[in-house]
Design a protein. Sequence first.
Length: 247
Amino acid sequence: MHYAKELTIGKRKCGLSLLRLKNIADDFNGRNLDFCICLGDIITSVQDFNTDTDNIKAVAEGFCDFKMPHHIILGNHDLEAMSKSDYYIAFGKNPLRSYYSFALKDTKFIVLDANFNEDNSDYCKGNYNWTESYINAEQFNWLENELNLSIEENIIIFTHQNLDYRLSNGKLDACVAKNYNEVEKLLEKSNKKIKVFQGHYHNGDNQVIGGIEYITLKALCVGDDINYIPRLIVSIEDEISISHMDY
Ligand SMILES: [Fe+2]
């Protein structure tokens, strides 16, 4: 979303994101959805704790328009001026931790957090480089257990940073978590039906690796058209299908 009040940075019209969020709420409220999820970077940080807190609160208020439960993933920009716990306090959420899972109608949904440094420490103000993201060791072990113990065959994974191998200018794309390869292998060896939904990479992308589809949504904040609201509607019967796509 990259919301920041009255801020424009090049093509990023950060001040328009709340209007776009309202348009998404209107669209989603007209459908019979079980929940919605935002894939992170709800703000563009202005490097000031109080202003970022106010902007996060404004986005949280915007989510009150949604008539279904909502989930929010942490993004790197959300943490430029604060810690993860500061962010959750500002948003008014209180998860046990930044990664978790839940099951719904025979599908397991896994929310990941790749906002970790190589030494397993959390991203927070002054303690990260956005081009170096990791799934930390504890979360990796937790994910392995989640996959092994899952009675659900369909698994949907949500992550801000990307987990699919992709090159940019001959090097691993900076949007891809540094330990993507271990995570990819973990997903593949589970033999579950998995789709991965990602944010972070503003251009969007879609590729299949090892039988797993990785879908990266485009960024919401680009351009002047407030009706430009990249989003996906996912349907699950026996198989996971994307019934409506606008990204
Ligand atoms: Fe990001």
